[in-house]
Design a protein around this ligand. Structure first.
Ligand SMILES: Cc1cc2nc3c(=O)[nH]c(=O)nc-3n(C[C@H](O)[C@H](O)[C@H](O)COP(=O)(O)OP(=O)(O)OC[C@H]3O[C@@H](n4cnc5c(N)ncnc54)[C@H](O)[C@@H]3O)c2cc1C
Length: 391
C-alpha cells in the first residue's frame, strides 16, 4: 500500500516504477524461498544474475558504466523492497553497490572506473568491502593488515579481514591496509582494489550467524597478495577517508534494510491480527494489540521519513553524515522493536518457524551492529553536531 511518507516525498514515476518492479520480483522469486535459504544457509548465486538482468546490481550506477542510471533514492527503495522479502538478499546487493561499486565510481581514476565498475554493475562480479579485522571493528583505524610497497611501486598485502559480506562469492574487494610505517591509527591506511582471483587471497572461516543466513559472511585471508600501483584507490594514506565516506552512504541503505524488515514484520502482524480471534473477536480489536500495531506503524513511518530524507540529501550533493547516522540509528532500533512486537502479536506462532516472524527478529538485530554500531552512530552524530572530537 502507498504510504504517507512515499507520497510526501513525491516519488517520481521512475522511482515508483522501480519500487513496484522490485516488489513484484521479490514477492515471486525471493519471498517464497526465504525460509529455505535461511534454514539451509543458501546463497543463491543465480538470483544475482536475475537481479542484474533487472538492472538491480547497478541501480544507481550511470548507464555508461553498465548500470541502470537511476538515482540514489531508487536504489534505497530497491534495498528496502528486497529486504522486505529477505534481508540477506538486501544486504548482499547493498554491500555490492554502496560499499564496493560506488567508492570506485567516486574515487576511481577514469581507467579504474572503466575497468572495475561495469562488471560489478552488470552483476558479472559481486563486490565486497574488506575493512574489519578480528581486533578492529568500531576502531577500524587500528587495523593490522599491511600493504608493503615494493621497489617497482606495487604493493603486497598481508593480513586477515573478518566478517566480509559476499567474500566467498566476490570478484572484487575494496580492501584497506596499512601502508605507512610507524602508524597505528587511521592516518596510515590506504585503499586498494583487489581481484577475487588474486594469488594469495583465500576464504577463511565461514561465519555462523544468528540470522541473515542467505548472505555470505567470511574471513578473507590476504597472504602476500600483489597489487599493482594502478589498483591503489584514491591517494596513498588517505584510505580511511574513503572508508568513512563510503559508510556515510552505506548507512542509509542499512536503514532501508531495517525498514524493509520492519515493514514485513508489521504486514504479517497486521494481517494475523485481523484473522486470529480470542474471546469472540479478532485480536486486533483488543486495545492491547491495536495499540501495538499503531505504534509499530508510526515508528516505521518515522524511520522511513528519516531514511528518505538522508537519501534525498545525498542525491542533492548535500552533507548527509548526520542524517545517514540518524536514519540508521533510528530505523535499526525500530526494526528490532517492531520484529519483537510482531512475535508478540502472533503469540506462540510467532515463536515457531511456521511463520517468518522469528526470522525477521533474528535478521533485524544485525542492523544495529554493522556499518557502525548504534553506539558509534551516536558518536558520529554528536561529533558533528557539537563540532567536537567526541570519543
Ligand atoms: C553479519 C556481519 C556482516 C559484516 N559485514 C562486514 C563487511 O562486509 N565488511 C567489513 O569490513 N565489516 C563487516 N562487518 C563488521 C562490522 O562492521 C563490525 O562488526 C562492527 O563495526 C562492530 O565492530 P566489532 O564487531 O569489532 O565490535 P567492537 O568495535 O568490538 O564493539 C563492541 C561493543 O563496544 C561498543 N563500542 C566500541 N567502541 C565504542 C565507543 N568508542 N563508545 C561506545 N561504545 C563503543 C560497540 O558499539 C559494541 O557494542 C560485518 C559484521 C557482521 C556481524
Amino acid at each position: 500500500m502507498e504510504t504517507a511518507t512515499a507520497r510526501q516525498f513525491d516519488l517520481t514515476d521512475d522511482q515508483r516504477e522501480v519500487r513496484a518492479m522490485v516488489r513484484d520480483f521479490a514477492a515471486q522469486r525471493i519471498a517464497p524461498n526465504a525460509a529455505e535459504w535461511d534454514r539451509g544457509h543458501v546463497f543463491d548465486r543465480s538470483l544475482y544474475a536475475e537481479l542484474a538482468d533487472l538492472g538491480l546490481m547497478g541501480v544507481c550506477v550511470p548507464a555508461e558504466y553498465g548500470g541502470a542510471g537511476m538515482d540514489f533514492l531508487s536504489y534505497v527503495l530497491a534495498v528496502e523492497e528486497l529486504s522486505r522479502a529477505d534481508a540477506g538478499v538486501g544486504v548482499t546487493m547493498a554491500v555490492h553497490t554502496s560499499a564496493s561499486t560506488l567508492p570506485i565510481l567516486h574515487w576511481g581514476t577514469d581507467e579504474q572506473k572503466a575497468e572495475w565498475v561495469p562488471p560489478l554493475a552488470r552483476g558479472e562480479r559481486i563486490g565486497a568491502f574488506a575493512l574489519t579485522e578480528s581486533g578492529s571493528g568500531s576502531d577500524a583505524g587500528a587495523m593490522r593488515a599491511r600493504a608493503i610497497e615494493q621497489g617497482d611501486g606495487s604493493f603486497r598485502i598481508t593480513g586477515t579481514k573478518q566478517w566480509i559480506t559476499n567474500g566467498g562469492h566476490a570478484g572484487s574487494f575494496v580492501t584497506f591496509a596499512r601502508t605507512e610505517d610507524g602508524t597505528d591509527d587511521a592516518r596510515g591506511v590506504s585503499c586498494f582494489l583487489v581481484r577475487g582471483d588474486a594469488p594469495g587471497l583465500s576464504v577463511g572461516r565461514v561465519e555462523e550467524k544468528l540470522g541473515l543466513n542467505s548472505s555470505n559472511t567470511v574471513d578473507m585471508v590476504y597472504d602476500d597478495v600483489a597489487v599493482a600501483p594502478a589498483d591503489l584507490l584514491g591517494e596513498r594514506a588517505k584510505g580511511f577517508r574513503i572508508a568513512m565516506q563510503t559508510l556515510d552512504g552505506g548507512r542509509i541503505t542499512i536503514a532501508a534494510q531495517a525498514l524493509g524488515i520492519a515493514q514485513a514484520a508489521f504486514d504479517l502482524a497486521a494481517s494475523y491480527a485481523t484473522e486470529r480471534t480470542t474471546f469472540g473477536k479478532p485480536i486486533g480489536a483488543h486495545q492491547g494489540i491495536a495499540f501495538k500495531l499503531s505504534e509499530m506503524s508510526t515508528e516505521i513511518e518515522a524511520a522511513r521519513a528519516l531514511t528518505y530524507r538522508a537519501a534525498a540529501r545525498k542525491m542533492a550533493g548535500e552533507a548527509h553524515t548526520v542524517e545517514g547516522a540518524q536514519a540508521k540509528l533510528f530505523a535499526s532500533g525500530v526494526a528490532r522493536r517492531v520484529t519483537g512486537e510482531a512475535i508478540q502479536v502472533l503469540g506462540g506462532y510467532g515463536y515457531s518457524k511456521e511463520f517468518p516472524a522469528e526470522r525477521y527478529y533474528r535478521d533485524a538485530k544485525i542492523t544495529e551492529i554493522y556499518e557502525g554500531t548504534s553506539e558509534i552512530q551516536k558518536l558520529v552524530i554528536a561529533r558533528k553536531l557539537l563540532g567536537l572530537d567526541v570519543r
